[in-house]
Design a protein around this ligand. Structure first.
Ligand code: FRU
Length: 537
């Protein structure tokens, strides 16, 4: 527009500079006002400041979200796709929403990647980088991302047929920005089984094949493929292993090096709903071996990745470079028991914080450890050690927060259990209304628990309030590491040996941190708090 032909080159340059100057001025002024007005924004409930809106967890701008899908890393970007229904805040015809991040912490929302079509809604699935172009979708040397997902055909389901779920693929050759569905879909038709979904695909280098793990009613099936387009059945797992209180969903299978040894084990994650240890949805895991054909478990007992009520359908990122080598996990922070009725407006649901999974061998047993990823440390914008050195106490100890805010933070509390004669100890988050979220360790009960009975609004579902418990054998110390956001707490005990994730909906944000000891004295060794910056500004 400026270069209309009527002005000379010099004039053009002048006008350009003037526009650039004014524009920069405006940008600087608006940035400044954003920063200075932050608390005004907060009060006004503007962008991402609605009541209960997570400040450092991923949530969609608006509408319904459930499972994370297609998590893949390519060209310095973490992709997160997710089950999404753009037209409502309750579940409906599923799309794949999409966001990208340089660090799994800060996210940029992108347009919907996959829309339902004549074959069905787009249910959960995964994505891989096809570096060797096995599917032939890349024509310019840039690798294609191939998404593998479930088609859910609502019409077929309503007609009483069992054949309503099949697997399809789609590809992108422009870093996930645009997607083409494969013309030969479905690539894995339904063999006559009602629950036949949630493909997680990975490359098995030893056999030179793609492997798909698929949830099939209350077990999993493994398939293999040379090209992501034709799939052959390999094996079944699960009939006599793990929990079977509900249908199995969203599986994953990957190798992990065993900490402190040369060995490697294969880990299988399987979400189950209902049938979780504290009601409704949860994710179990198995350790074992995989030979490119079948999975052999070390044992058949139930094991839970997260004992809380609110971590479901989580899987791990594919395409993480070997130089990084981490196994990175993210889950949907809700529970089908009440997900569609939680009291948020505008949007519904968030993801957990990203976590690194690792495997520890101890006392003849393998333990899957979950730890918050290191990248979260970039959010710390105000850190204080509130207590340092042994402090004997009983009853409730109100910790002076020294101006730090509890509503988005990371709290690290450590107890020395050796000289303690307490029955129960732990932490309480409290607000001015007296609502409380309690996380504790019961020594006689030998369990870690989160009590959200009096944590705020629970009237939306009879199944929400209550105490979630997990058996735990503590050592000499108990380290409580908690990530607290506007409506969630994620509890990591003793370096991720036990994890519990819990939602809550208080009338007002928690503002008091109380450490408690019941039935005797406890020894508090340290209390440290890191207030977080919001990821949305
Ligand atoms: C798990 C799940 C998946 C399914 C998707 C549908 O939460 O039920 O099994 O693919 O959600 O949205």
């Amino acid at each position: 527009m400026i270069n209309s032909g009527k002005t000379s080159k010099g004039m053009n340059a002048k006008i350009c500079y003037t526009i650039l100057y004014v524009y920069c001025g405006l940008v600087i002024a608006s940035c400044g006002s954003r920063i200075n007005d932050r608390s005004a924004d907060e009060r006004a409930g503007s962008y991402y400041y609605e009541k209960y809106r997570p400040q450092f967890h991923f949530s969609p701008e608006a509408s319904w979200m459930n499972d994370p899908n297609g998590m893949v890393f390519l060209s310095d970007e973490y992709h997160l796709f997710y089950q999404y229904y753009p037209d409502s805040t309750v579940w409906g015809p599923m799309h794949w929403g999409h966001a990208v991040s340089p660090d799994m912490v800060h996210w940029t929302h992108l347009p919907v990647a996959l829309y339902p079509d004549s074959l069905g809604y787009i249910f959960s699935g995964s994505a891989v980088v096809d570096s060797d172009n096995t599917a032939g979708f890349s024509d310019d040397g840039n690798p294609a991302i191939v998404a593998v997902f479930t088609y859910h055909n609502q019409k077929l389901e309503s007609s009483g047929s069992d054949l309503f779920q099949s697997q399809g693929i789609a590809y992108s050759t422009d870093r996930g920005r645009t997607w083409t569905k494969f013309s030969g879909n479905p690539v894995l038709p339904n063999p006559g089984i009602r629950d036949f979904r949630d493909p997680k695909v990975f490359r098995h280098e030893e056999s030179g094949k793609w492997i798909m793990i698929l949830a099939v009613h209350d077990r999993v099936h493994l398939y293999s493929s040379p090209d992501l387009k034709s799939w052959s059945f390999e094996s079944e797992f699960g009939e006599k292993s793990g929990a079977h209180g509900g249908v199995w969903e969203c599986p994953d299978l990957f190798p992990l090096k065993v900490k402190g040894s040369e060995g490697t084990k294969w880990i299988m994650l399987v979400s189950i709903n209902p049938g979780g240890p504290n009601g409704g949805s949860a994710t179990q895991y198995f350790t074992g071996s995989f030979d490119g054909h079948s999975f052999t478990p070390d044992g058949s007992e139930e094991r839970w990745l997260d004992w809380g009520t609110d971590n479901y359908a989580g899987v791990t990122w594919s395409g993480i470079p070997e130089t990084d080598g981490r196994r990175l996990f993210l889950g949907w922070m809700s529970n089908w028991n009440y997900a569609t009725v939680v009291p948020t407006e505008v949007w519904r649901s968030a993801m957990t914080i990203p976590r690194e999974l690792s495997l520890l061998y101890e006392n003849g047993d393998y333990i899957l450890l979950s730890k918050p990823v290191n990248e979260l440390k970039i959010l710390r914008n105000n850190s204080k050690t509130l207590i340092h050195g042994n402090k004997d106490f009983s009853g409730e100890l109100d910790i002076a927060l020294d101006s730090l805010k509890l509503t988005r933070c990371e709290a690290i509390i450590e107890f020395d259990l050796t000289g303690s004669n307490a029955d129960t100890l732990g932490i309480i988050l409290e607000n001015t209304e007296g609502e409380r979220l309690i996380a504790g360790f019961s020594i006689p009960g030998k369990n870690i628990y989160i009590d959200r009975t009096s944590s705020g609004n629970s009237s939306f579902s009879e199944r929400f309030a209550g105490i979630a418990e997990a058996p735990y054998k503590a050592g000499d110390k108990l380290n409580i590491h908690m990530f607290i956001d506007a409506s969630s707490a994620e509890l990591f005990i003793d370096d991720g040996r036990l994890v519990m994730t819990s939602l809550f909906f208080p009338a007002d944000g928690f503002s008091k941190l109380i450490i408690f000891s019941k039935g005797g004295e406890a020894i508090l060794e340290k209390a440290e708090l890191h207030e977080f910056a919001s990821i949305w500004r």
